[in-house]
Ligand binder design. Structure first.
Ligand SMILES: Cc1ncc(COP(=O)(O)O)c(C=O)c1O
Length: 444
């Protein structure tokens, strides 16, 4: 199906130079562009008119499927009624409604929501809240942060500092000081394990080693993705998150779950914190919060943290000197409220829990391909590693192109393919996904 590659005329290729595309091989893309121009349900359409099954919910965003009219109409209504309002010292009702709805969905007393525009901003916001919280309690000496190898926490300076992926850090100097990294949880001896690996909980003791080395009272917070997503779906070993929680509790360290990928049903529960029954002090979220229809991120904060910061400040004073021009943009709030309505009406979290078995059955069936060296998965999130051959990343990139030509879009990180279909998928879509994967992988 080679004509799926866009027919953008050669003499117009210079028109593509203006947009410096993110996380993209720009020269290669512009020589052979892959345009996506329409989306509906489980599918995209290329500009050449081919239908492409979306096995990644866009980029983990469109959990309720594409083209949801309810969301588009809610955004349109909101923009016609009020396009924008300043959010510093003023408010509009829908952000409060949204915060209330999210607090109901979130576990425990994660009752306070700080809104921003992306996952990266949510991470920066959580870093700053952690620092300000400790300072407000007279523990301003807590300036260190703990992250993990292979972590992805977005691309702002905060997230880059927390990043555990070499390529996302190496060009950007020393970034934030005082960040140390736990070992990642992937193990060569635990390949092809479905769900949580039985081994590896002891890796959480790395946090104890940092406490022993630096002093627990110097560490502000430990950030982890409950399931490390972008690096290729590393499911936490049984008992691992619990151990992190215990060590954090023992030393006054905040535990932050970055649920930018895991949240909103991806793990078969509203949040991964529910799936793994571990209560963090903050949860960062974005992506599926608006079903991808508007840029939005948020940090959910436990009551004690919110109160320490707000009650600790003098009356009439701004308590947290932080916020974005577009924090809680009315259109994003409208999109998020309409999205939450869809999740509730269509019971998509329960649907994800039911669909996980059939989904993982199919993904783990790839284990018989000689080119596949590992498969991992949990809920509606899975990944497989390809034998990189001679040049790491080359095979993954070839697979990305070949599979798009074959009508399948998934997320690639190096030689790892990541699957996260929308929670509205039918089993027929999952069959189609695996058929296309098998055909495409056979051809690279
Ligand atoms: C766990 C996690 N945190 C943060 C981010 C950054 O989100 P954004 O790209 O919206 O800034 C991502 C993006 O994939 C992510 O997966």
């Amino acid at each position: 199906m080679p004509d799926i590659v866009d027919d953008f005329a050669n003499d117009r290729l210079n028109e593509l130079q203006g947009h410096w595309m993110p996380f993209t091989a720009n020269r290669d893309f512009k020589a052979e562009p892959r345009f996506i121009v329409r989306a509906e349900g489980m599918y995209y359409w290329s500009r050449a008119g081919h239908r492409v099954l979306d096995a990644a919910s866009g980029l983990f965003c469109c959990a309720a499927g594409h083209g949801r009219r309810e969301i588009a109409e809610a955004v349109s209504r909101q923009l016609l009624e009020m396009d924008y309002a300043p959010h510093f010292q003023f408010g509009h009702p829908s952000s409060f409604a949204l915060a209330g709805r999210l607090a109901q969905l979130l576990p425990g007393d994660l009752d306070h929501l700080f809104f921003c525009n992306s996952g990266s901003e949510a991470i920066d916001t959580a870093l700053k809240i952690a620092m300000a919280y400790h300072r407000a309690r007279g523990e301003g000496g807590r300036q260190r942060f703990v992250s993990r190898e292979r972590a992805y926490h977005g691309v702002n300076i905060g997230g880059t500092s927390l990043s555990g992926i070499l390529r996302n850090r190496e060009a950007f100097g020393a970034v934030m000081p005082g960040v140390v990294h736990l070992r990642h949880t992937w193990s060569a001896t635990d390949r092809f394990v479905r769900g949580q690996p039985g081994n590896g909980a002891e890796l959480a003791e790395d946090l104890q080693r940092f406490v022993d080395l630096y002093g627990g009272a110097t560490i502000a917070a430990c950030f982890v993705e409950p399931i490390a997503g972008s690096t290729g779906v590393l499911v936490p070993p049984k008992g691992y998150l619990e151990r992190l929680r215990r060590i954090c509790d023992a030393h006054g360290i905040l535990l932050v779950f970055d649920e930018v990928i895991c949240g909103f049903g991806r793990t078969g529960a509203p949040f991964a914190a529910d799936s793994f029954a571990v209560m963090p002090d903050m949860i960062t979220m974005a992506k599926a919060l608006t079903n991808g229809a508007q840029p939005m991120g948020a940090v959910a904060v436990r009551d004690g943290i919110y109160r320490a910061l707000t009650d600790g400040a003098p009356a009439h004073a701004i308590e947290l000197f932080h916020g974005y021009t577009f924090s809680a943009h009315p259109a994003a709030c409208a999109a998020a409220l309409a999205t939450l309505d869809i999740y509730a009406r269509e019971d998509l979290v329960a649907r994800a829990a039911r669909l996980s078995g059939p989904f993982l059955d199919r993904v783990f069936s790839l284990a018989d391909l000689p080119i596949v060296t590992d498969v991992r998965g949990y809920g509606m999130l899975a990944a497989f590693d390809l034998d990189p051959g001679g040049a790491p990343g080359a095979r993954g990139y070839a697979a990305l192109k070949r599979l798009f030509e074959a009508g399948l879009l998934l997320k690639w990180t190096g030689d790892t393919g990541i699957l996260a279909p929308a929670l509205i998928a039918e089993e027929t879509h999952l069959d189609e996904m695996i058929e296309r994967l098998r055909d495409g992988l056979a051809a690279i």
